[in-house]
Design a protein around this ligand. Structure first.
Ligand code: PBG
Length: 330
């Protein structure tokens, strides 16, 4: 590769002012890249801020519509829904109940804001009394029993209006099971975004407070991936694509930019990255302390995720970024 040599080559020529910098800019972050996570909870008339995630709220179903409209009005194309049910049980049966928290939220959102794309997070940890992502057997999650319940969950989500389902439990074979269940129930057109390479990460801390989903004992290392492994991430991604994943995801994003980039180079499906709760809260906290310029660090962070190869980003910053874009601040 020819790169040129000083003094005939002077890279600074292309950085002299904003106009030329715009022309040579390689990565652009736009509204089209953003998915905003929304937490819906039981109860009525509730809009409560998550203590560890300033600017992020939990809404009761009657209050969630205003939040979704705000997202839509900012020009963000999609949301991903997380639910906090009133009653948890051993298997997480709220996830497939007609009166489940997600089902009620879906019906309301689809009726009142039909023009936003609604993705549902498909898991059990917020819904089980023990906080693990499936059915327990001898203190560990039983893979194949969990698949049976996942099928019920996704069909119920689709029946109530989900545009896309996103299984996040890291069960083996979950994409295959879900694809078959959706197809059998007449939902061939509903895509699956698989949390394919989801690492057992401490960056989920604030989310677990927000979603009340911390495991009651142990941790998630028998199903979520070891942070040390990137070849295994590719294996998970390939298996999911073979099982029918339409979009694959890497999660978290920042400590795993190398994985995003590797996945992007090796697949032909769109790649999503999840800029998780801990990544959000760190920036918010340092911004509050006055130690960093929060807006600039947010922008640079999301840009790095895009540059690494993400085609779309799930981020709690989506509304803040959209405002910056819409005001022409970037
Ligand atoms: C599982 C799920 C988790 C997150 C999204 N889906 C938590 C976990 O695996 O413990 C984390 C998201 C975040 O930290 O922002 N339902």
């Amino acid at each position: 590769m020819i790169v040129g040599r000083f003094p005939s080559s002077r890279p600074r020529r292309l950085r002299r002012n904003e106009n030329i910098r715009r022309l040579v800019r390689e990565t652009k972050l736009t509204l089209d890249d953003l998915i905003y996570p929304i937490f819906v909870r039981f109860g009525e008339n509730i809009v409560e801020e998550v203590p560890s995630m300033p600017g992020v709220y939990r809404y009761s179903v009657d209050k969630v519509v205003d939040a979704v409209k705000e997202v839509r009005d900012l020009g963000i194309p999609a949301i991903i829904l997380f639910g906090i049910p009133e009653h948890k049980d051993e298997v997480g049966s709220d996830t497939w109940s007609e009166e489940g928290i997600i089902q009620r939220a879906l019906r309301k959102i689809k009726r009142e804001v039909p023009d936003i794309y609604v993705i549902t997070d498909v898991c059990f940890c917020e819904y089980t009394s023990h906080g693990h992502c499936g059915v327990l057997h001898e203190q560990d999650v039983d893979n194949d029993l969990t698949l049976e319940n996942l099928k019920k969950q996704v069909v119920s989500h689709a029946e109530n209006g989900a545009d896309m389902v996103a299984p996040s439990g890291m069960m083996d074979g979950m994409v295959k099971a879900i694809r078959e269940a959706l197809d059998d129930a007449g939902f061939k057109h509903i895509p699956i975004m698989a949390y394919s390479a989801k690492f057992a990460s401490a960056f989920y801390g604030p989310f677990r407070e927000a979603a009340q989903s911390a495991p009651a004992f142990g941790d998630r290392r028998t199903y979520q991936m070891d942070p040390a492994n990137s070849r295994e991430a590719l294996k998970e991604v390939f298996m999911d694509i073979e099982e029918g994943a339409d979009v694959v995801m890497v999660k978290p994003a920042l400590a795993y930019l190398d994985v995003i980039s590797k996945v992007k180079e090796n697949v032909l499906v769109p790649v999503c990255a999840y800029n998780v709760s801990g990544e959000y809260s760190l920036i918010k906290a340092a911004g509050k302390m006055g130690w960093i310029d929060e807006k600039k660090v947010m922008w640079e962070t999301l840009l790095s995720i895009k540059r690494a190869g993400a085609d779309m980003i799930i981020t709690y910053f989506a509304k803040d970024v959209a405002q910056m874009i819409n005001r022409g601040e970037v």
